[in-house]
Structures are given as C-alpha cells and as structure tokens.
Design a protein around this ligand. Sequence first.
Ligand code: UDX
Length: 450
Amino acid sequence: MRVCIFGTGYVGLVTGTCLAEVGHHVVCVDVDAAKIEALNRGVVPIYEPGLTPMVQANHAAGRLRFTTDAEAGIAHGEVLFIAVGTPPDEDGSADLKYVLAVARTIGRHLQAPAIVVDKSTVPVGTADQVRATIAAELAARGVDVPFTVVSNPEFLKEGAAVEDCMRPDRIVIGTDSPEALQTLRRLYAPFNRNHDRIVAMDVRSAELTKYAANAMLATKISFMNEIANIAEQVGADVEMVRQGIGSDPRIGWHFIYPGAGYGGSCFPKDVQALARTAQQHGVQPRLLAAVEAVNAAQKQHLFELMVRHYGSADALRGKTIAVWGLAFKPNTDDMREASSRTLLAQLWQAGARVQAYDPEAMGEARRIFGERADLVLCDSAERAIEGADALAVVTEWKQFRCPDFALLRARLADAVIFDGRNLYAPADVEAAGIAYYGIGRGRSLRRVEI
Ligand code: UDX
C-alpha cells in the first residue's frame, strides 16, 4: 500500500520504516530540511537499536523515501499518518499546533480520497479538530474530497521501538468507518499474524486509551516510589517488597521498579495532559496529580540522600560527583525530562562539580548544557570516577551493573555510592568498604527504632 507519514521523529520514523520493511511504499515528510537531507544520506538522527540498518535497506530498496514536499507526500499516500510532536504548552495541555498544521496542509493539497490517521498522542477530541480543519481547507478550495480521520495511537517504547513496532501487543484503531477499518487491517496484516492484535473501537475511546495506558504505567512507578520512601523510613528494603508483590499476577513484575523517577517524552507530558483534560471536563484528577507530585519529588531524592550523607547541602560545595547515566532510561540518547537533569541542577546549585558519563547521551548532554566549568563530560565510566568524591548512578545501563568495586573504592575519595536505580546489592558495596545509598533501602541494613 502507499503510505505518507508526516513527522520523522521517533514515532514517525520508526512507523514509516517498519511499514516499509513489510513491503509498503512509504514517503516520510518533514519540514526540517536538514533532517530530511540526512535521512536521504542514510544518517538517522536518533539512537534506536536496529533502526539505522532498516532505514538504509528500505531506502536503498526504494520503499522508504524522505522529502520536505508535503504535496508530493499527500499525492502518494492512500493512508496519511500524522506523527508530529505534541509538546506540552504552559498549562500542561498537549499543544496541537503541529498536528493541526499538518491537517491544514492535507486539506490544501488533498486530491483523492484518503484515510488520515492520528498517530501522535493527542487529547480526546483531536480527531474531530483534525477533521474540521481539513474540511475547512477543502471548503475554501471549493472541492469535495472524501476523507476520514482515524485514531491509531502508538505504544512503542524508546530503546525498543523497532521491536515494539514490528511485534505490537495490540493495534488500537479508533474509527466509525468500516471501510477505514478494513484498509488499516490490510495495512497492519503483516504485524498481525498468529492472533488478532487489532482492537477496534470508536475514535474517542482510542484517543483516551493511549493516555490511560501511559497514566497507568506512570502510576505504578509513582506508587512504588512512594512505597520506597516508606520502606526507607521504616527500615525495610523495597527491593524485597517488590519481589514480594510482583509474583501476584494481578500486580505483575513490570513497571514496579522504584528509582530516581520517570522521565522521557511521554509519561510526564501525558500525565499532565490527561489531568488537564480531566479538569476541562469537570473531573478532579486527584490520582494523576499525586502521580505527578510523587515523581517531581522523586527526581530530587538522590540529592536528598547526598545531603543526608554529607550532613548538609553546604557540605557538597567543592565536591566532585561522578554521574553514571544521563539518558532518561537505557538504550536511548534521549534526555527529555531525565532525572539526571534535576540531579545536576541541584548539584550545581550546591556548588558541586559533576563528571558525567552516558553510553549514548554525551552529544545530547553537550547540546543541552554547553561548556561549563562545573561539568566534565567523560568518555568512559572509569574516567568519570577519576578524581571524584562520590558516585551517583542515575540510568540503569547494563554496563553499570557489575562495576569493579575495588576500583571504585580506590577512586572515590569519600567512598560512597548513591544508587538511583537499585542496581547493586548493598552488601556487595559495603563489603568493598563503600557506603551505599539506594532507593527505598538506605537504612534497611541498619537497626531502626520504630
Ligand atoms: C513509554 C511507554 O512505555 C510506551 O508504551 C509509550 O508509548 C511511550 O511512553 P518510554 O517513555 O519510551 O515509553 O519509556 P519507558 O520504558 O516506559 O520508561 C519511562 C520511564 O519510567 C523511564 O524514565 C524509566 O526509567 C522509568 N521507569 C520505568 C521506572 O522508574 N520504573 C519502572 O519500573 C519502569
């Protein structure tokens, strides 16, 4: 089938590439000429495992093309995907200016019947706005081209985006048009083998499904972080508690990892946007507000542990803290809303220096922070601990899981580790003569008065 995708960010690029991989003919349109030019040279602007070779192969095969020419893209596609960003505006609502700009462009150039698919995460009611925007442009041209707007939210995770896209656990399609549903069934047939993964529903339910999924996952994380904070105070180890509850299939093992808070381009933004939607419709989003508040506090928790260790924030002045991990999670270079940014800001505020290393996010860190005297971006985890007083682990990259504790003991002048992702067994760290602070387990090995 012939597909046009607007937006070559995470969602658009991965979706377009995976559709090309299964044989569809895909044209990706973006307003960013430099990005399109790079993609046409086979240079992929994001780090995503498996994506670059797939882009290059499908581009070489002629099934995947990149252009800034929206008109050509619209003429090509029987299905037109909108996969542009929906950044939060000042009040936390999703900003639809890019989505509606694409809708206007479609309305201006549409010549033949098409299915327009909202892939971006958009508030309930956006499909109606997209439909009205396209219709207004068609009316202004005095033409009547049939089209329908479908909601088909994307559930891919950064770092596993290609895998998630090629093997989705569900494909949500929101439409009131049986014909559109049939067309999308054909489009997705290669991803829908063995058992039917398509969940068909009305447009608004599909729009809300995406937010409900992300808000539920964020809730699980904030819940566990709250339990971790309780565990820390009562002398329990949240890692034990996690294992104690995860085996209940109603709770499950996924997304109950306490840590330095959730970040990324989805959870923070989507929880806020859903809360906004609730308020706009007269529902008090009490739980969503709490999820958000717990997370904001949790991002500051590693610093609080440092203050606890050193006695005061003042005592951090002049210290050099090694930071392992800057990306908001492993296997990505993305630092949007990353917990590391909160920690670095707090450390700098306190007058500490930072020596940071991340396997993928160094370029991003350079772009975000620029040159500054209190930041050294190191090219290895070992470099980052050279001359450091303490180590903070912020992202759970695999390569940080088994460090040489003897080396850490030799390098870290204050012999202390702040483990923001509970990667280490406290006993292992302490056996090496290093003080250990984790999330929800800081006092678990000590006697606690209750
Ligand atoms: C998320 C959803 O998982 C995906 O389905 C949706 O389409 C987009 O948003 P993503 O933002 O890429 O994907 O990352 P994810 O792997 O879900 O992690 C989000 C954040 O939560 C990370 O900062 C991670 O460190 C944190 N997290 C995750 C925890 O703190 N604890 C957990 O148990 C799981």
